[in-house]
Design a protein around this ligand. Structure first.
Ligand code: KG4
Ligand code: ZN
Length: 338
């Protein structure tokens, strides 16, 4: 049984994982940031300090498990907010040391990469995965553990960031993505013709121009932010943003011929995105795997799931430092040892 903690941003989470199955997970989204319209790093770190022990006790209680059964302790080591990472890492390292068990450092985005397997069986390799969160938008070909090829990424804003910025323009609370998903379902995606960016041959994305186009549309016609017209505006924004994602993914599937198509990260919860990916997978007769909604946003279950894989491969190191910035591709170089 692996005990894992996640504290890279504003989700405080702990989980118990054994033989690929999630025994218990407990996640709290910090509320201290609500009044600021974004995550305040200093407050995030302090809040993790207050919440972490509670989460760990909670998963032990849910699973009816004893701490003596824990064979390794894992924590998100990066990328993320340095103060927040330190809280989770120091907690996990101290616990591992006191139990005389290994500490497993986990890369947050690598955990998202494999999160489509949680609650599922092992995915066929290679698989193509879209990592979409508030901080990242990447298209990655996964050929195996520590064998990742980033084939495309955003040149400016992350997709979740674009949702949140448009939400802010409309006066919606942060983060706005989940609420915009629901509002878009009532709107007409063709009401406003927003540009689909990056129709070029690369697998890269760009969303800042779209956000600017939305702000100009609102400036020219403020009635677009009224409750009656807002669903049309959001549906049109979403149509443009997801058309660009779909275009690139469709091409990537044709060229790279992956055996499965996946998405992970907070925006992978989006219903329209899931539908579009299902269509691509269906047309190409390949497996579609997206994590259950509860594992799309940041959580410790994905940290524990990957930690178990890493432990089996002998990839653990008690003295590994936190890495607030940590490119995913650097992991390929540490395929056998830290
Ligand atoms: O992965 P995540 O929980 O945190 C990090 O950014 O690391 O992703 C949060 C992002 C936010 O930008 C939020 O607005 C977006 O995911 N999001 C969504 C949906 N649910 C969350 N965006 C679109 N549709 C959703 N259903
Ligand atoms: Zn994340």
């Amino acid at each position: 049984m692996i005990l894992a903690v996640e504290s890279s941003c504003d989700e405080n989470s702990a989980a118990l994982v054994s033989k690929g199955a999630v025994l218990a997970v407990s996640t709290i989204t910090q509320s201290v940031h609500l009044q600021f319209g974004g995550v305040v790093p200093e407050l995030a770190g302090r809040s993790h300090l207050e919440l972490m022990d509670e989460r760990v006790l909670e998963v032990m209680r849910i699973a009816g498990a004893s701490i003596k059964k824990v064979r390794a302790v894992a924590a998100t080591t990066g990328p993320g907010l340095v103060g927040s990472l330190l809280v989770g890492n120091n907690y996990a390292k101290a616990l591992a040391w006191s139990l005389g068990k290994p500490f497993i450092p986990v890369h947050h985005m690598e955990a998202h990469l494999w999160s489509a397997e949680t609650d599922e069986h092992e995915l066929p390799l290679p698989f193509l995965i879209l990592l979409v969160s508030g901080g990242h938008t990447m298209l990655v070909l996964v050929k195996g553990l520590r064998n990742y090829e980033v084939i495309g990424s955003t040149r400016d804003d992350a997709l979740g960031e674009a949702y949140d910025k448009v939400g802010k323009l409309l006066g919606l609370p942060f983060p706005a993505g989940a609420q915009m998903d629901i509002l878009a379902q009532r709107g007409n995606p063709r009401a406003i013709d927003f540009p689909v960016a990056m129709r070029d041959d690369s697998f890269d994305f760009s969303f800042s121009g779209l956000k600017t186009a939305v702000s100009y549309a609102l400036r020219d016609d403020p009635s677009l932010s009224t409750p009656e017209r807002m669903p049309d505006l959001i549906a049109s924004f979403q149509h443009a943003a997801l058309s660009s994602i779909e275009l690139k993914m469709r091409r990537a599937v044709e060229r790279l011929k992956p055996r499965a198509l996946c998405a992970a990260g907070g925006v992978a919860a989006n219903s329209e995105l899931r539908e579009r990916l299902a269509q691509i997978a269906d047309r190409n007769r390949i497996t579609l795997a997206v994590p259950p909604l509860k594992y799309c946003a940041d959580n410790a279950a994905m940290i524990g799931y990957l930690a178990e894989k890493l432990l089996s491969a002998g990839l653990h190191e008690r003295n590994f430092p936190v890495r607030p910035r940590w490119p995913l591709t650097e992991l390929n170089a540490i395929a056998t040892t830290y």
